[in-house]
Design a protein around this ligand. Structure first.
Ligand code: NCD
Ligand code: ZN
Ligand code: ZN
Length: 454
């Protein structure tokens, strides 16, 4: 565990409200908020340049590929990507090799994350042994380990056997942990590579129907109801899922859900090029799903944003569409996609961004040191966002070890200027432009140039 930091953050607007203030941090905690503060003893000063100060983001759905596929991402490279994306905590999915279905693996991932020290990496434990859907994993042992695993998922695969899912939910309630379901009826998606709609039909791609997701969402809502359990829906992707979530909430069922940035911005019209970078599970849907998901995130029916950051090697993505591995990068572009789809459209203000990217995800998994108010006495897990600068995404310049961003060459609004984990700077952009006027930056532009990462 690395020491807590002291820093003076100047010229920032908490939640984008009011006139700029300074925020003093000592030993990892916010000690003072006001105008014209002086730096705590020995502390660094970070000029926020009038940017929006938000609680550090929390990602309930990240794939870090360690152990097993360190060629595509490691805890270290993924942590750096997360910090640059404004994150202070991420949940690393269990579909590694070997699978994180025991406390030896989950504790290893936790320790690797703490040693890197850029973001709190909370391992997700598998629900079933080997993600095979047959035998429950030792959830209790993982929860009792150093990693204190609190989120379990077979993500990549659905816990499709209803009897296993029922038992897992009952068990999770006793342990006080949460199950995140990758909702996919495997019989309905055999061979499927794209959303089952007119585009896939025209392109000759095997279709993944909305019902494959929605039938599991409603089944699990009913299983959670009867078990008196909570359940979380990973990567909600359809208009029907939104309706089912609304219905289940109305019944008093304890169900929460996340949506990915890519399902808010992209749709299956992207598939025309047959570029494997657009293959993802669940698939990019249609315009009306995208718009329903945006509205649901704004009104709280979908609780939060989760990246489903899924790094893959270029040889796994640059091939025939149906052979490409599903999944896309997300950590370093999530904030910008949320600004584009939710802030610039008037659906969310900055308080809303704090809610869906930090507060709600922290509450859902019960992290008591994340998603906290920006107030004296609170942990300094923070991010500064410059909402007026646009940048052009280039996979080449990202901190991730992989390049499979679907936003290559897109110009997006919103730049993370700096991220703080318990008061320590974990990511920071250079500012050669002292006047602070908005300007275009490019990810990974050469050092010394505006926007480069220090
Ligand atoms: N989302 C994806 O398309 N892929 C994920 C697995 C998953 O989230 O289901 C992966 O691990 O690559
Ligand atoms: Zn999944
Ligand atoms: Zn995933």
């Amino acid at each position: 565990m690395t020491a807590n930091g002291s820093v003076l953050i100047t010229n920032v607007r908490p939640y984008g409200d009011g006139d700029p203030v300074d925020v003093a941090v000592t030993d990892g905690e916010i000690t003072e908020i006001g105008a014209g503060l002086t730096a705590p003893d020995g502390a660094d000063t970070v000029d926020g340049r009038g940017g929006v100060l938000l609680p550090g983001f929390v990602d309930l759905h990240t794939h870090l590929r360690e152990p097993g596929r360190e060629d595509t991402e490691t805890v270290e490279s993924g942590s750096r990507a997360a910090a640059r994306g404004g994150y202070t905590a991420v949940f690393a999915m269990a579909n590694t090799a070997p699978v994180a279905d025991n406390a030896a693996i989950t504790d290893l991932v936790w320790r690797l994350g703490q040693d890197v020290g850029l973001v709190d990496v909370h391992p997700v434990g598998a629900v079933t042994v080997g993600l095979e859907g047959r035998q429950l994993a030792e959830m209790g042992m993982m929860a009792a380990g150093a990693a204190k695993v609190r989120l379990f998922s077979d993500d990549g695969k659905c816990v499709h056997d209803p009897v296993i899912m029922k038992r897992a939910l009952e068990y999770s309630t006793g342990l006080g942990v949460l199950i995140s379901q990758h909702s996919e009826d495997p019989r309905l998606t055999e061979g499927a590579v794209a959303h089952d709609g007119p585009t896939a039909a025209r392109l000759g791609l095997a279709g993944w129907p909305r019902a494959a997701e929605e039938s599991i969402v409603v089944r699990d809502a009913l299983l959670a109801r009867d078990a008196g359990a909570r359940v979380h829906i990973a990567h909600a992707s359809t208009e029907g899922t939104v309706e089912l979530l609304r219905w289940a909430r109305g019944q008093g069922i304890d169900i929460t859900a996340e949506v990915t940035p890519h399902h808010l911005l992209l749709d299956d019209s992207r598939l025309e090029t047959y570029d494997g970078v657009n293959r993802v599970n669940p698939p990019l849907r249609e315009e009306r799903d995208k718009l329903a998901l945006r509205r649901a995130l704004a009104d709280g029916v979908v609780d939060c944003v989760a990246t489903d950051h899924a790094p893959h090697a270029s040889q796994e993505k640059c091939c025939e569409f149906s052979q490409a591995r599903p999944g896309m990068l997300g950590l370093e572009t999530a904030l910008s996609v949320i600004v584009e789809t939710m802030v610039d459209t008037g659906l969310l203000d900055w308080r809303g961004v704090a809610r869906v990217m930090s507060e709600r995800p922290a509450q859902i998994v019960g992290l008591d040191d994340q998603g906290r108010p920006i107030a004296v006495g609170e942990p300094a897990n923070l991010t500064i966002v410059d909402p007026d600068t646009r940048w052009t995404v280039a996979g080449e310049g990202l901190a991730s070890k992989s390049r499979n961003t679907p936003y290559e060459e897109m110009t997006l609004p919103g730049v993370v200027r700096a991220t703080f984990l318990r008061g320590r700077v974990t990511a920071r952009r250079a500012t050669s432009d002292a006047a602070g006027s908005p300007s275009a930056v490019t990810a990974g532009s050469p050092s010394g140039v505006e926007g480069a990462w220090l």
